[in-house]
Ligand binder design. Sequence first.
Ligand code: PEP
Ligand code: MG
Length: 575
Amino acid sequence: MEHITGIGVSSGISTGRAVLINSEEPEIRHEKVQIPEKEWERMGEALKECSRQLKEIYEQTLQNIGEGEAEIFDAHLSILQDEEFIGPIKELILNEGQNAEWAVEEVRDKFIEIFEMMDNSYMQQRSTDIRDVARRLLRILQGIRKTEFSGEKAIIVAHDLTPSDTAQLEKDKVLGFIIEVGGVTSHSAIIARSLGIPAVVGVKDILEKIKTGDQLIIDGDRGDIYLNPEQQIIEKYQQKQEAYLQEQEQYQQLKGTWSTTKDGQRVKLAANIGLLAEVDRALENDAEGIGLFRTEFLYMGRSDFPTEDEQFAVYQAAAQKMEGRPVIIRTLDIGGDKDLPYFKFPQESNPFLGFRAIRFCLERTDLFKTQLRAIIRASNYGNIKIMFPMISTVTELLAARSLLDEAKDELQAEGIPFAEDLEVGMMMETPAAAVISDKFAKLVDFFSIGTNDLIQYTTVVDRMNSKVAKLYSPFNPSVLRLIKQIIENAHKNNIWVGICGEAASIPALIPYFVALGVDELSMSSGSILKTKWIIQQLIIEDMEKLIEKVDELDSPKEIKELLEGNFTSKASYCE
Ligand code: PEP
Ligand code: MG
């Protein structure tokens, strides 16, 4: 047995067989063939198989994710039919006698070289497309299957999951995910949470330790992985899993009840989503609204920036599905750990401190305006609110607001209807903003505290760096003091304040946030009912002392122990 740890990013326990998703690059042999015509026939078969696979993925993506994301595979199909790509391959095989793999490699490299010399995001995307298509062709020629996932329920182990990998998975066959890279906010983590599947990410060198067929236990809360576990561990986890399922069943009973403390304080519970498809799960779990719509996922896994109409359709559908409940749409938060395949970000030594989120949008005002127009237009179809990420100066907020006003004026001049009273909020996720939250509170309608970033910037700990993960603590007294100040400043200025970072659903912190008077907690849909249960056990009066005690303590460890002790004394069937 081996005990491996990573970052638990999606709750629950899973036991099952491992299936490795193979993401290795195929090795290419250079050989001259005896009968070039026969080699060209082999190439022809590979081309047919490649186009069959791409058509299948196109359909799956269209159904499971959406048209924008499916387009990427349509672009791949057109490369296969392009004489300019296929012609030179044919020539190298028939005239030079090169084997098919060698010919594909040579033509691929020539195209990539040409495209990458062009300083144009469209052309750079073409080079990514050519690389992807060539990889698929090479795999087919070499008989490498992309995944050994054959149908039995299993735990997926991969280096990373791209949107196309996710689109191809049959969701009801996936018991869990173990991913080598990433952190709580990586694409795969968010997908896992949205599907309600246990997941552990950031597990270094996992592909070297686990083989397909190995028996695994994963704990998506603690980030624990047991490889070929002993009987004793199996039994322990069987019990834990039963208790977990029982607990989940009990939380289901709370559907339709209010999240109110015993002495009557109401806290709204909302859902964080990244894809439109997640709205249904939010509603099933009693979300009173969407507290954070991370729009960057709309920009990923496709071949170009989404148009105004494409975005409008998604925001409008979210607003309509939520039937009047608020939907907070956060403008594009790209950069940091989130790249786009069709846009080359500058090489930065500290991407989280660099060209990210609102900084990117205020420079690429063309793209920002497109998104703002789509959001404003959608506000005519439901209760939409808009929110800006990563604000650190008042100047940035004013610049963003002024572009929003410009977009509104344009739409008004075009006679396009929208909600005049569209609320505007900002993420409170930089210490710079938190420290002057009294000033910001006069300039927006609401705050949403992004603890994921607030922790990393306050404590100077990269949220994706597992080497310093121990220092990344939501119980850090500096972070808690900032959160307290933000809530106080919001209320002094009569605006409401929510928390939408991962800390919003940490059981031991929920009573503390509620005692501070937070108005809304927004989290993965799967955590909402448990949070509701915790809130229903609380008596605010009892907790004033708790806030004082937290203020007195110096270390994250002491605060964690105090809050965990307080939580367990209130909890009966949680943990
Ligand atoms: C946060 O920083 O807490 C947050 C919610 O934003 P993201 O995780 O998308 O950076
Ligand atoms: Mg953030």
